[in-house]
Write a protein of this length. Structure first.
Length: 317
């Protein structure tokens, strides 16, 4: 009996030691409490409305139609953008700061953004709320070049165990999604909408032509299809190496090349990241991609009303 008692005590101490050694590190501005507020005046031909765009960064205000660059060392970009199409200044806001009892969180929404000017332009675009590590080059000049304005991922060379954050979800009750690009008819995309989180660790290289080649080092991803109240400290393991044989592998979210992410090369050009293989499970990454999106299916696809709230985003070591 004594031996069994001592074994139990030792196991308990080991477990306590493991918990004590766990370290959680927030991303910079990952507590979602500090935001830049941008005041933009849309073109008079579409009403000249004053709109506000919100960016994670130091508490400050920007007044004027100024292309935005990340402030205060913020690693976060989002889908709030200023566009200038056919000389018309238009904005999209689908990410908002929202007050909580203590601090703030980010609210990501899927909605339809429209521009209608008789005889000149008539555009309705489905826009999902998206927040990601990286940045966007403004202004957006058309729906076709949206992806090419993105610079997804930031420099990163650690090997975390997991990604952790708080979240809440409200899903649309539509059974299918829609696709609206602005220059084609609205079409139905089969399948219920969902919010997603992806976290990819990559080892990137660049060839002489400026192509960015990546090996996938680590992977975590999840899809939220049902309504949920706040879940605190949701934690998702980052799986290393080739995970195609792992029981937790979900090709829809984790396959190589998923998301069609773009990044800026050494020439300043935004090119699609070519994930051409799985890295060894002991490899060290050069970059990390983290993205939260209120709809699944890519640009211009989703269900209006889908909403994802996120807070306290960081990594577990």
């Amino acid at each position: 009996m004594k031996n069994r008692y001592y074994v139990c005590i030792i196991c308990l101490l080991v477990a306590m030691s493991s918990v004590a050694q766990e370290k959680f590190e927030l991303f910079k501005y990952g507590d979602m409490d500090s935001w830049v507020t941008r005041r933009i005046e849309e073109s008079s031909i579409i009403g000249g409305n004053v709109k506000y765009l919100y960016e994670l960064g130091p508490e400050m205000d920007f007044d004027g139609n100024i292309p935005y660059k990340n402030q205060g060392g913020s690693p976060w970009g989002n889908s709030n953008v200023m566009a200038k199409v056919a000389g018309i200044v238009k904005t999209n806001t689908s990410v908002f700061p929202e007050k909580l009892t203590h601090g703030k969180c980010a609210r990501l929404e899927t909605h339809i953004e429209s521009v209608k000017v008789l005889g000149l332009v008539n555009i309705s675009v489905l826009a999902s709320g998206s927040m990601f590590l990286g940045d966007i080059k403004e202004p957006i000049t058309g729906t076709k070049d949206g992806e090419e304005k993105l610079n997804c991922g930031v420099l990163f060379s650690k090997r975390p165990k997991a990604i952790r954050y708080d979240y809440k979800v409200k899903m649309s009750d539509q059974k299918d999604r829609i696709r609206m690009t602005g220059f084609s008819k609205k079409t139905v995309v089969k399948g219920k909408d969902a919010a997603i989180m992806v976290c990819y660790l990559q080892k990137r290289t660049e060839d002489a032509e400026g192509n960015i080649i990546a090996k996938r080092v680590g992977t975590a991803a999840v899809k939220y299809s049902d309504n949920s109240d706040w879940k605190k400290g949701a934690t998702y393991e980052i799986m290393y190496g080739n995970i195609t044989g792992n029981a937790n592998y979900v090709p829809e979210l984790m396959a190589l090349g998923t998301g069609g992410y773009h990044a800026r090369n050494s020439k300043g050009e935004s090119v699609m990241i070519k994930e051409d293989g799985w890295a060894d499970k002991d490899e060290t990454p050069t970059h990390i991609i983290v993205q939260f999106t209120s709809s699944i299916g890519g640009a211009f696809v989703g269900s209006p009303g889908n909403t994802l709230w996120i807070d306290n985003v960081g990594l577990v070591y």
